[in-house]
Design a protein around this ligand. Structure first.
Ligand SMILES: [Zn+2]
Length: 247
């Protein structure tokens, strides 16, 4: 995947880490369970696409920060255009805040734990443990940043639209769909360019992010099985927001 700026975005597949990361990348008031990082197998079965170079398999904090900024900019442009098209004013999420220590940032009086990323509806901000996120970025690939930001940003959009499902899983699967739509539509608009093999990498990556099969679907914190999450993401990716039940 290549951002319009010309930088390339890879998503090597490291399933276990993705599973840990996305299952804690949670929403709203619910500050997800701090599962922490799991050891992930090194290396990747995915070979770089033709327009992807090894040289840009970025690992520096500066590159990470640039990816966060790019993902934020693309998300803001995307959602601003969607709101404008339906005649509504769009307010971007107030800020995206890195933190390093437990309790350094709070959401509605609740200190954010290490190894997490959340959208906080009380303060309308996204916050992420920067060390944990950089570690995930280094192990998974930089496209992960675009997905993570897209998912958390979608929670901010849900709040703007007044969407509040009874069950966490509905909120989460919709956010996956919206993250898929933001990525798919950005590819269609040319804001992002996929390299050959990237779609398979998304698919394989998403297949790894599901809840445990014995997780009750109605449980607090449930995000959905691998199949549900993959279906939701690609419904949005392929069919855009019309497939995300935004009403
Ligand atoms: Zn979430």
């Amino acid at each position: 995947m290549e951002a319009r700026s010309g930088r390339h975005v890879r998503w090597p597949l490291v399933g276990l880490l993705i599973a840990a990361v996305v299952s804690v990348a949670c929403s709203g008031g619910g500050l997800a369970d701090p599962e922490g990082e799991r050891p992930a197998p090194s290396g990747s079965a995915a070979s770089p696409g033709p327009s992807t170079t090894r040289a840009d398999s970025t690992t520096s904090v500066a590159e990470f920060e640039q990816d966060v900024a790019d993902a934020q900019a693309i998300a803001e442009r995307y959602w601003a255009a969607q709101f404008k098209a339906s005649g509504q004013r769009f307010q971007p999420v107030k800020r995206i805040t890195p933190y390093q220590r437990e309790g350094e940032v709070s959401c509605g009086g609740q200190p954010l734990p290490r190894n997490n990323a959340v959208y906080c509806s009380r303060g309308d901000f996204i916050a992420y443990d920067v060390r944990w996120s950089v570690a995930a970025f280094r192990q998974v690939g930089d496209a992960f940043v675009f997905y993570l930001l897209g998912h958390e940003y979608a929670h901010g959009i849900q709040v703007r639209l007044g969407i509040n499902y009874s069950f966490t899983i509905q909120q989460e699967l919709q956010a996956d769909c919206m993250a898929g739509a933001y990525l798919g539509d950005s590819v269609r608009s040319g804001a992002l360019t996929l390299a050959e093999g990237d779609l398979d990498e998304f698919r394989e990556g998403l297949a790894a992010v599901g809840d445990d099969p014995d997780q009750p679907w109605f449980a607090e914190g449930a995000h959905g099985t691998a199949e549900q999450r993959t279906d939701s993401f690609f419904r949005g990716y392929e069919q855009s927001l019309g497939a995300c039940d935004l009403g």
